[in-house]
Structure formats: C-alpha cells, structure tokens
Design a binder for this molecule. Structure first.
Ligand SMILES: [Cu+2]
Length: 160
C-alpha cells in the first residue's frame, strides 16, 4: 500500500470512529440518575480570588421548569476541597456573606447567582485549575437529585 492509500484508509477509519462515538451518545442507560428534570444552567463561571488561597466563587444563571417544587441544598465543585452555597444578609447593619438557607425553586423560577447575591463559595480549589479551564459544578436538590454543569474558570480581573 502506498502512502496515498494508507491516508485514505486512515481517514475512512477515523470517520467510522466518529460515527460510532456519535451513536454511542444516543441511548440513555436506564437506572442512571436522570439529573434534575427541568433544570438548566447558563453562563456558569468560576472566578478565581484576587489573592491565591482565598476562596473562589461560582456564578451562573439557573432556570427551573420542572413540575416538582424543590430546594437546592448543596453545591460541590470538582477539584475543590469543599464548596458552600452562600448568600448575602444584613447583619448588624452590614451586608455579610453567610451560608445560604436551602434555596426553593418551582416551575418558572429563574435565579441569577451573581456577585453580591447568591453564589457558590469554593474552598481549596486545586492550583492546577487555571483561567480558561473548566470544572464541573454539581447541585444537589431535595430528594437527592443532582445536576452537574461545567463552569469556565476566570481570573479575578476578568469580567464577572
Ligand atoms: Cu461567599
């Protein structure tokens, strides 16, 4: 076989592999957790702290269109030691960050997790994760369902 034919054969082989991968993504395995029906997240980003070692923050826009009323109880971030749902509350006349109460969601709920509002605080984020990478964020709701989405990592100075 000369090189020209070998190239064509490789191309055909890789096209076949791609097709096989595409097909493999189609079927949903029964019995696997179905995520949280009706939940979707957009614009997810993890903003690194200005000072290394301080906590990072996750911001995102959440839309819930499921039929069941739920509460968001927990957040986890891959590559971090721990994460916590945070909110701002007034305490002795000052706005302070503290652990959020479970966040209720029902059909039609839209919540912007944003600077100055609810967010996920991330502790001990792996130093291997740099701006431009992404890390998976997992929300756990009442009943134990989980919803995982990727969040883009941004430097402190970038747009939040
Ligand atoms: Cu916080």
């Amino acid at each position: 076989m000369n090189f020209k034919h070998l190239g064509a054969a490789l191309l055909a082989a890789s096209a076949f592999t791609l097709a096989a991968c595409g097909e493999a993504e189609q079927p949903v395995t029964e019995g696997e957790p179905a995520g949280v029906p009706g939940m979707s997240v957009a614009n997810a980003r993890i903003v690194l702290p200005p000072v290394a070692g301080n906590p990072a923050a996750v911001y995102f826009d959440l839309v819930y269109d499921g039929d069941r009323g739920l509460t968001i109880r927990k957040a986890e971030v891959a590559g971090a030691e721990s994460a916590m749902l945070h909110d701002y509350n007034e305490h002795e006349g000052k706005m302070q960050m503290m652990e959020a109460l479970p966040i209720g969601i029902k059909k039609g709920t839209k919540i912007s997790f944003a600077p100055g509002a609810s967010h996920v605080m991330v502790f001990g984020l792996s130093p291997e994760l740099k701006a431009g990478d992404s890390a998976d964020v997992t929300l756990t709701v009442s009943g134990g369902g989980t919803y995982t989405f990727p969040a883009e990592i941004r430097d402190a100075g970038e747009e939040r």
